[in-house]
Design a protein around this ligand. Sequence first.
Ligand SMILES: *[C@@H]1O[C@H](CO)[C@@H](O)[C@H](O)[C@H]1NC(C)=O
Ligand SMILES: *[C@@H]1O[C@H](CO)[C@@H](O)[C@H](O)[C@H]1NC(C)=O
Length: 325
Amino acid sequence: MVMCLWLVVIGSFNACKISAEFQRFEQPTKGDGTLRFLVVGDWGRKGDYNQSQVAFQMGRIGEELDIDFVVSTGDNFYDNGLKGENDPNFLDSFTNIYTAKSLQKQWFSVLGNHDYRGDAVAQLSPFLRKIDTRWLCLRSFLVNAEIAEFFFVDTTPFVNDYFTNPEDHKYDWRGVSPVNTYTVNLLKDLEKALKESRATWKIVVGHHAIRSVSHHGDTQELVHRLLPILRANKVDLYMNGHDHCLERISDDISPIQFLTSGAGSKAWRGDVNTTNDQGLKFFYDGQGFMSVQLTLSEVETVFYDVFGRVLHRWTMSKQHLLSAM
Ligand SMILES: *[C@@H]1O[C@H](CO)[C@@H](O)[C@H](O)[C@H]1NC(C)=O
Ligand SMILES: *[C@@H]1O[C@H](CO)[C@@H](O)[C@H](O)[C@H]1NC(C)=O
């Protein structure tokens, strides 16, 4: 703390922020100890590209499952994030779209690369939480939900291309530079938090895919820098958006499942690259979302399309996972 104040005084506020440990939040589970939530990504288009239809089905399934919260895997607002705290896009793409009763729960969100193309800091602002109390978006943070712990990771700064080849995009790197210090510290904090975690389920959420057979493919920087930490610390699930599809890929040397839920609005890219389809269990190139149900001993993940129809269901018991190793 003293260190932080000193840094602020010498005008290097960012250095203080980037060395800060992840902020922690508590999310109580239901009386029965189970946890249910929805995961959606790449959504904010004022209802267009079937965003409203996906939102409607999320409301229906959310009601059926009696969900505890929603996870957003980033690219919250298109095309270029929010312009500022007062950008009406926040209401047009979030508040006035996810109106179902069951979705009036906490939303935990990370930033995507499109969010960094606007005023990224605005999305983190407590001011937005006053406009809509469901909203909680931070760069990296922890959510302790008793049987599960969630590690939300800011993946955009890991991707070299955004720095070396930004094309005509402008990124808002305030609070993130120098980027190497930022990512090194982030991984250190993540590793420490994972090691300290006593939760039965460890779930990591980021915007970019570690593994994907869709448009963007694997994110090499995450394969090299993030994945080894997840494997070494018994992470169960990695959830992301970025590729506008739904997919499940099993890791080849650990029980980690790579779950892409980035189909909250515009999809139908039609580009699949199966050169590296090792571990691919499910792929859907259209709009939809995902639900997750956790008990102490079991996880169930279900993918739904724009009509709320079940596309794929995957269940795994923790005991089985452990003994299979
Ligand atoms: C909306 O979803 C339907 C059904 O999957 C699809 O046929 C249609 O192309 C989608 N519309 C847009 C704009 O993506
Ligand atoms: C498909 O993916 C492989 C890596 O898995 C990559 O080398 C190749 O360039 C990709 N092809 C296209 C057309 O993007």
